[in-house]
Design a protein around this ligand. Sequence first.
Ligand code: NAD
Length: 388
Amino acid sequence: MNKSRLVKVRNLTIIPVQIMKNQFHTRREFLKTSTLAATSLPFVSALAARAQTAAPEKKLGFALAGLGSLSTYQIAPALPKTHFCKLTGIITGTPAKAERWKAQYNIPDKNIYDYGNMEKMADNPDIDVVYVVTPNGLHAEHTIKAAKAGKHVLCEKPMEVSPEKCRQMIDACKSANRMLAVGYRLHFEPNHLECVRLGREKVFGNMNLIQAEYGFRIGDPKQWRLNRALSGGGPLMDVGIYALQAARYLSGEEPVSVSAIATNNDPVKFKDIEESIAWQLKFPGGIIASCGTTYNFSGLDRFRVFADRGWFELAPAYGYGGIQGRRSDGKWTSFPPMDHFAAEMDDFAQCILNNQPTKVPGEEGLRDLKIMMAIYEAAQSGKTISLT
Ligand code: NAD
C-alpha cells in the first residue's frame, strides 16, 4: 500500500468501508493501523473508537422506506458493501416495486410493508433500522411510525420541511428509546474531512471567507421536488443544504445571522418554490460564508475556503464520486474512491451496536431546518435575520 496514503488515512481516522475493503488485507490490519491514529477532531476520534469496539460479525437488518431513485441506484447497491448492515425489508406503496425488489434482493413476504401497516414491524426481529428515503414532507410520518414500531431511523436529508416536524421526529425517537440519524453522507467522506482538518489545524491560518454552491437544472416539471408540500422549498432544501452544511462544518461554528436574495425567472415551473437563491452567513469568529443554489443551471458544485495564507477547495464537491480537492500550495493528496452510503450506514450501525452517539443526529438536521427557514425569511423580507 502507498505509504503516504496510509499516513493520510491515519490522520483522518475515518471509517472508510471501501478503504477497509480495498486497501487493507484484513479488518484486523485496518484496526491496528487506525489505532495509531491521532486527530484534532473530536467527532472523528469518536469514529475511530467505534471502529475498534464494534463486533464485525453482527449485521443489522435495514428496511428501506421509499423505493425511488436514491434507494434503487445508491442505497441498495451500497448495502452489500457494508460490514454491519444488510437489506432485510422494504416499505413501499407500489405492489409492482415490492415484487421486483422481492425477486432481486430475496426479501421474504413477511418483511414487505406498505406505509399503512408499518406498525406491524414491531413484531419483526429481522428489521433493526428503517432508512427513510421518501419525499421530504413525508419523513416525519415515516420516521414516527418506524420509531413507534421500535426501529432505529436513518432519515434522508433534508430531515423534514419545518423545524416543528424535526422536533416531532426527535421526540418520537427519544420516547421510543431509538436512535435517529440524518443521511448527511459527506460527514464520512475523506475529502470533506481533510478540508475540515485543514481549517481546524489552521494549515493556512485563520479562515476568512467560505464560498459554497451546489445546484443543477431540474427536469420533469411534475416531480415532487417542485411541490412545496412535499419538498418544503426549492433547491435550497434539496441541494443548497449541502452548501449550508459545508459552511457549518468547515467553519466549525454556528452562524449568527443570515441575509439572502432569491430569483424566479420561470414562474410557471417554479410557481411553488424558489428557482435560485443566494445567501450569506456570518459566523461568530469572523468568517463569512457566501453560498448559492439553483434549479436552473448545471455545473455549480464546489466550495473554496480563503484563509490568511492561502486557500483550499473541493470542485466538484458534493456528488457520489469524483470529488476533487486543491490547495493553493499545490499539496493536495487524493483519496481512494469510497461509497458514501456504505460508510454512512456502517457508521450508524456501529453507533447502535456500541450504544454510541451519531455525529449526524436529528438535532443536526433540525439546526439546518432552522437556518433554511431564516434564509427564506431573509430573502422574502430583504432583511438580515438574526440566528441567535
Ligand atoms: P424519488 O422521487 O426518486 O423517490 C421517492 C420515493 O418515495 C418513490 O419511490 C415514491 O414512490 C415514494 N413516495 C411515497 N409516497 C409518495 C408521495 N406521496 N409522493 C411522491 N412519492 C412518494 O426521490 P429520491 O431522489 O429517491 O429522494 C428521496 C429522498 O432522498 C428525498 O428526501 C431526497 O432529498 C433524498 N435524497 C438524498 C440524496 C443524498 O445524496 N443523500 C440524493 C437524492 C435524494
